[in-house]
Every structure is written in C-alpha cells, then in structure tokens.
Write a protein that binds this ligand. Structure first.
Ligand code: FPP
Length: 259
C-alpha cells in the first residue's frame, strides 16, 4: 500500500492556522472497513460497526472546523453484489444510526439527508429517509448527507430522464438545458459542489461517487483505514486543503503577464 507521504504530504502542511479557506463541503469515501476487521480476525461487519464510530467522530470534527456539509458514501448501487448478510448489516447499521443519533443531531441543529436511488429500497428505509428529511429540514448548524443506494452515473441518468420528460411535456425547451438545470434534477440537487473529496484506505479511485458534484474538488487519498480515521486526520486534511491552490480552470492573478 502506498504511504500517505507519497500521495498527500500531510506532515509538511499540518500547521494550524495556515492561509486559505476551509472547505464548505467535504465528501468522504469511507473505505477500508473490511480490511480493518480482517486484520483483527473479525468478521467484515465488525469493521462497518467501527466505521459508524469513525463517522460520529468525523461529524463532530467537521462541525468544530466550521465545515458546512459532510457527505459520506455509505452504500453504493454496486454494493448489492456483496453477500446478503453484509448488505443486511449495512441496512441495519443505517437504521441503528438514525435511531441512536437523529434526536441528538437534531438538537444540535444538524440537518440530516439520506439520498440516492429509491429503487429496491424497503419501506422501512424509505420511512427513515422521510423522517430524517422532515425532522431536520429547518436545521442550519451543519449538514450530514448520507449517500445510500447511491451511484454517480445512475444519478446523472435519472436527471437526464427527468429533463427529457419535462421537454416532452413542453415544460422545458432543449436550448434551456444548462448546468443549473442538470443540478436541479440531481438527487443531490440542494448540495453545493464538493470542495474536498477524501478517500481512506489507500485506494486511488472515485468509485462512481458524486460524479457531477466533484468536478472541481480537491482529491485526497489517505493511507488510513476508515475505522481508524478521526478528528486529527480531518484537521490535517483541512490544513492540507488550505494549502492547495484552486484555480477552477483559470490562472492566478499574480501569474498573468500583460502583453
Ligand atoms: C467500504 O469499505 C465501506 C462501505 C461499503 C460501507 C461504509 C459504511 C459504514 C462506514 C457504516 C454505515 C454507515 C452509516 C451512515 C450508518 P469496505 O467494506 O469496502 O472495506 P474493504 O475495502 O477493506 O473491504
């Protein structure tokens, strides 16, 4: 596995109070639960359980760092290919998380969204999604967005289908379709663009996560298994982010030489 220094030189940047802005929206691919469990001779599900603890710590860290949105990948449209017992456990953990944490998060002013494809989801999960949305819709302190049964390509395909239906019904003209119309038809329509995407476990992949919203994200691949991720790791990641030079396709004003 590559070391953290080879991809993200955190150690060189971890001075508190560095220049640059904190990210508004951090997204995380919480990878490495299975390997964490395997290394301890435990079933994979134990890794997912510990992953929920890491998520709790990450929510607290992001709130303290004044980040506005944390979006996590908790079940992908491809995760249905895993053994049924593991799929069931991931569904159960989502239910348990909402049961145990929703009231506390609500009291702390956190808005909780669960988004993704509704296809194939059982009624109790659909109820849970509604409960989170309706209970916390007015909260403004922080946003926890859980991508569940989520696939980036499926999200774009469904947006295209909805737009095509609007065009067919005469509600929209083809010429008026632009990036903002696309955005409005996404499952993640009310989320801002992702500023920083973190993937743990040393894998260097996007895995179909938030394909639309990460267009200009800074990417960070950390050599830490998700259950081991905590407050200090998030603080370091934010310090590294603050030292990144984001140009969004433009040029830094100081580098422009007038002719
Ligand atoms: C990837 O690790 C992780 C997942 C597919 C699930 C992530 C889920 C959680 C952290 C817990 C549930 C979340 C909520 C919101 C309650 P992996 O299993 O692919 O790990 P591996 O690559 O080491 O096998």
């Amino acid at each position: 596995m590559s070391s953290i220094a080879s991809t993200t030189p955190i150690a060189q940047h971890s001075k508190v109070g560095d220049e640059g802005h904190a990210p508004k929206h951090v997204a995380v691919i919480m990878d490495g639960n299975g390997r964490w469990a395997q290394a301890r001779g435990l079933p994979r599900i134990a890794g997912h359980k510990e992953g929920v603890e890491a998520l709790r710590k990450t929510v607290d860290a992001c709130k303290a760092l004044a980040i506005e949105h944390l979006t996590v990948f908790s079940f992908s449209t491809e995760n249905w290919r895993r053994p049924k017992a593991e799929v069931d456990a991931l569904f159960a953990l989502l239910k348990l998380f909402v049961k145990k944490d929703l009231n506390r998060l609500h009291k702390e002013g956190v808005r909780v969204r669960i988004f993704g494809s509704l296809d194939g989801l059982p009624a109790d999960i659909l109820k849970l999604i509604d409960e989170c949305e309706s209970k916390t819709a007015q909260n403004k302190v922080f946003n926890v967005n859980i991508a569940f049964n989520y696939g980036g390509r499926a999200e774009i395909v469904e947006a295209a289908q909805k737009i095509a239906a609007d065009v067919q019904a005469g509600r929209l003209s083809p010429e008026s379709i632009d990036e903002s119309i696309m955005q409005q038809h996404m499952w993640s329509s009310d989320l801002p663009d992702v500023d920083l995407l973190i993937r743990t476990s040393g894998e260097l992949r996007i895995s179909n996560f938030l394909l639309w919203g990460i267009a200009y994200s800074e990417l960070m691949f950390l050599d830490i298994l998700w259950p081991d991720f905590g407050k200090v790791d998030m603080e370091r990641a934010i310090d590294v982010f603050k030292n990144r030079n984001r140009r969004f396709g433009g040029v830094e004003p100081s580098k422009v030489i007038e002719s």
